[in-house]
Structures are given as structure tokens and as C-alpha cells.
Design a protein around this ligand. Structure first.
Ligand SMILES: Cc1ncc(COP(=O)(O)O)c(C=O)c1O
Length: 457
């Protein structure tokens, strides 16, 4: 049918949103306002089907960290495709790129004493794997009653039933409930909005830890397998905890033997200035769920890493410990080849270092947006930031879509040459980690144009 159509771009446009559901939006809204169609990318820019160029201020979805269409990654993928695109890693076959990647990850995360990796196809898979490995760990430790989970309010852990069950925002859960039983939410150290109206980040961190200690007491530590948290909450609105929080968390969990699962899907591979997010807080988790920046999204890939402590459960002589878990695409050769080339760039170009240095400049420049009437807070760390949109600064009432303000903000930014993302009442910025100061300046120029237009609505 497509072959009969003479002008392909016209056909793409007319079919847009007619046959495909898009994530996280009502299909009716997408049909009423069909999506921007991205045709190609180059570095920190993408181009639509009309050839218009946009600065990608969100690295697509926090993930294209090395930038679009990098020749180094493409060459490695082409070389791999010429040999083997894919072969299963179930049971007794493997492939060189997956083996290389597993060794590389252990080297990168030696300071966290990571010991083994289980590959999957994305972030939700990586979280699901983490939850299942945590449960199996406790069964192998002969403590099968430890099967419940704690996570933080506002946390986002993907969309599988396990991840949705520990999700800290009802928006992502309610359509699919009932979910997994035995999942509990603890308060998150969110200085701008918290039940105590506590504005001192260190004191808030302590209040949250105290509340968590009470929760552990109520549930009973002997029932809790693991606590899952993001080092900086991403989709929840770039919530940056006080530096004391993760250290306190680790101590509290250690006191009760509870595993710490760090959801590094966004923070892994440099986004907040360190190779993993937990490292920024001086904490070594037991399990890390990773995806996105592992290969900058060139091919779907997820990875769940476990440390010496967790891996030791599978080493007990005479104890049957089969991993009855796995994905057809676990250790996908093409995805792993892309990851190896991508991680070469992350190391060679010191992208965590750039995220720290250029990220600090970005955070500083973004503070200028506080001058706008509907900007309640600008916060972030490294190369992730959120601008909290409010109807007025005093009440902090969320300015939520659909609102003419947000539509104008996003629409004007597009016209002015940048893709920006508003989720709920937060404008999220998570540029590729190869962003330079000049790119930050370009982003700020567009943001000022967009905010000035929105303030007139
Ligand atoms: C912290 C976190 N965990 C898990 C996920 C789920 O990853 P995916 O969308 O690749 O399944 C995401 C996605 O944005 C995420 O931000």
C-alpha cells in the first residue's frame, strides 16, 4: 500500500497517530495534535521530516548521552551486523560483545563491588530483574518471608507490574491496579513539596529517614527484601536528595539486612557527574538497574548488576539456584556491540566529567528562569534539571496540562529550534552528555523566548 503512494513524507504525515498508540498519553489527544515526526539526528540535534533542526534538550528520553548518529557507534554496529545480529544467550550459548560488555561493566563498577550482570531489553526489564533477583536471593538465604519491597514517593521504576507496583506516583498505577501486594511507599526528600513543609534539606533528609525507620518497624524487617530508589528521582521531577540522605539510607538498611536496589536507569553512565548515581552519594548499592545510557539508545538494552554479597547466594555448593528468568534478547549481540562502542566514548570523552562541569554551568544559567512569574523552583544535578511550573509562587499550586501556558511554552520552543519536555508541571531538561557551554547558551536562549511568550498568555 505504501508502494502506491508517490510522496512518502505526505503518507507518513497523514498516517501519523492513526495506527500507533503512543506511551503516556490519551490516544485521542495524539490524534487531535499529531506528534512531531523526527527523521534524522546528528550530535545534539535532530531534524524533522521537513528538515527543520531542533536542539535535543532531553537526549530523546534521558538516554542518547553520546549524541545522535555517532560514527563510532554506527561503525561498531555495522561491523557486528556483518558478523551476527543476534543469537540467544539462553543456557549454553553466548556471543563476544555480550561477554566483553559483562567484563567491562564489572571493571567500571568495581568500586561498588559489582560481581555479575543479567542483560535484558530496557529499563523496565532491568527493574523487574532486580526485584526477582532480590526475592530469589532471600529464598537462597533461606529467608523466604523477605519478599516485600519499599520504594519512595514520586519514584519511577518503569511500567512492568513489579515496577508499577513500586511506583511512587499514582498516575502511572491507577489504570492497572490491583498490583503486586507487599509494596510500601516511604516519604521522599523533596524539599519543595513535603508533608512537613520542611525547607532545610538536611533536616528533611533526617525526617524521611526517621519515617522510613518507622515503616520498617511496622512492616517488620524480616518481611522486607529490598528498598528501591533512584539516586536522583528523574521522572518524579528531578528530585535531588540532600547529600546525607543516601548515606543514612545505606546505614539504616544495613542495620536491618535489607538490600538496596539503586535504579540507575537515568543516572547510570554519567548523567549526574559520576559513573553511577549512587557513587555521587558515596554509597555502594547491592543491585543496580541500568539501561538508557548503557548504549545511548542505539538498540534497546537493559542490565541488572549484583554485588558480591548478592552473587554469593548463587555460589552455595549443593544448593539448587537456577535463574528461571530471562529474555529472548538477554545479551543481544548488536545491542551489546553498541554498548561497548558507546562506553568507549563515555570513558574517552570523560562524559561524567563533562556532565559535572558543563552541568554545573547549566544549573547556574537555569537559575535565571526564576525571574518568570510561573517558575516556582529550578533544581537539578549534573545534566538533569527540572523547572517547576506553578500558578503562583506563594501557593506552589501546580500548573498542569492542558494549559495554554504549557502549550505555548513547548510550541514556542519548537518554533525557536529546541525540543523541550514538560511532564506534569515540570519542565525536564536532560541533554546529551556531550553538550558544551555553547549548547547550554543556545538552550537558554530558546527557553527565554519560550517563557516570555508563555508569560503573555
Ligand atoms: C528511573 C527509571 N527506571 C525505569 C525506567 C523504565 O525504563 P524503560 O522505559 O526503558 O522501560 C525509567 C524510564 O524512564 C526510569 O526513568
Amino acid at each position: 500500500m505504501l508502494a502506491r503512494m508517490s510522496n512518502l513524507s505526505f503518507d507518513v504525515r497523514s498516517a501519523n497517530a492513526q495506527h500507533m498508540y503512543h506511551p503516556m498519553i490519551d490516544p485521542k489527544a495524539v490524534q487531535a495534535s499529531p506528534p512531531l515526526i523526527i527523521d534524522r539526528g546528528e550530535g545534539v540535534y535532530v531534524y524533522d521530516i521537513d528538515g527543520k533542526r531542533y536542539l535535543d534538550t532531553v537526549a530523546s528520553l534521558w538516554n542518547v548521552n553520546v549524541g545522535h548518529n555517532r560514527p563510532e557507534v554506527i561503525a561498531a554496529m555495522k561491523a557486528q551486523l556483518d558478523k551476527l545480529a543476534y543469537y540467544s544467550t539462553f543456557q549454553n550459548t553466548s556471543n563476544p560483545p555480550a561477554i566483553e560488555l559483562s567484563a567491562r561493566l564489572m571493571q567500571m563498577f568495581a568500586p561498588e563491588r559489582m560481581n555479575k550482570v543479567f542483560f535484558s531489553s530496557g529499563g523496565s526489564d532491568a527493574v523487574e530483574t532486580a526485584l526477582k533477583l532480590a526475592r530469589q536471593y532471600w529464598k537462597l538465604q533461606r529467608q523466604p518471608d523477605r519478599h516485600q519491597f519499599i520504594s519512595l514517593k514520586w519514584g519511577y521504576h518503569g511500567v512492568h507490574f513489579g515496577g508499577a507496583s513500586i511506583n511512587g506516583n499514582p498516575m502511572f498505577r491507577s489504570a492497572y491496579e490491583p498490583l503486586l501486594p507487599g509494596c510500601h511507599l516511604a516519604e521522599t526528600p523533596y524539599t519543595y513539596r513535603n508533608p512537613w513543609n520542611q525547607t532545610d534539606p538536611a533536616q528533611l533528609a533526617q525526617l524521611c529517614l526517621d519515617q522510613l525507620a518507622q515503616l520498617i518497624e511496622q512492616v517488620g524487617a524480616h518481611h522486607i527484601a529490598a528498598l528501591v530508589a533512584e539516586p536522583v528521582q528523574g521522572a518524579g521531577g528531578v528530585i535531588v536528595p540532600h547529600e546525607s540522605y543516601w548515606l543514612g539510607l545505606r546505614q539504616l538498611l544495613d542495620a536491618h539486612g535489607i538490600l538496596l536496589i539503586s535504579d540507575e536507569i537515568v543516572t547510570g553512565f554519567g548523567r549526574i557527574g559520576t559513573l553511577c548515581g549512587a557513587r555521587a552519594w558515596g554509597v555502594a548499592p547491592d543491585i543496580m538497574a541500568m539501561a538508557k545510557g548503557i548504549n545511548s539508545g542505539y538498540v534497546p538494552l537493559g542490565a541488572t548488576l549484583i554485588n558480591d554479597r548478592v552473587a554469593s547466594a548463587w555460589n552455595q555448593p549443593g544448593v539448587p539456584a537456577a535463574l528461571m528468568h530471562g529474555y529472548t534478547y538477554s545479551g543481544h549481540a548488536l545491542a551489546c556491540a553498541a554498548a561497548n562502542a558507546n562506553l568507549d566514548l563515555v570513558t574517552r570523552e570523560d562524559l561524567p566529567g563533562n556532565a559535572s562541569r558543563t552541568g554545573a554551568y547549566m544549573q547556574e544559567q537555569l537559575q535565571a528562569l526564576m525571574a518568570y512569574a510561573h517558575v516556582g523552583e529550578v533544581r537539578g544535578k549534573g545534566m538533569m534539571a527540572a523547572i517547576e511550573l506553578v500558578s503562583d509562587k506563594a501557593s506552589k499550586t501546580m500548573l498542569l496540562p492542558p494549559s495554554a501556558y504549557i502549550q505555548t511554552l513547548v510550541g514556542t520552543a519548537r518554533q525557536a529550534g529546541a525540543i523541550i519536555r514538560v511532564q506534569g508541571n515540570r519542565l525536564i531538561l536532560s541533554p546529551p552528555l556531550v553538550f558544551s557551554r555553547a549548547h547550554v547558551d543556545e538552550m537558554l536562549r530558546v527557553l527565554h523566548i519560550a517563557f516570555q511568550a508563555a508569560e503573555k498568555v
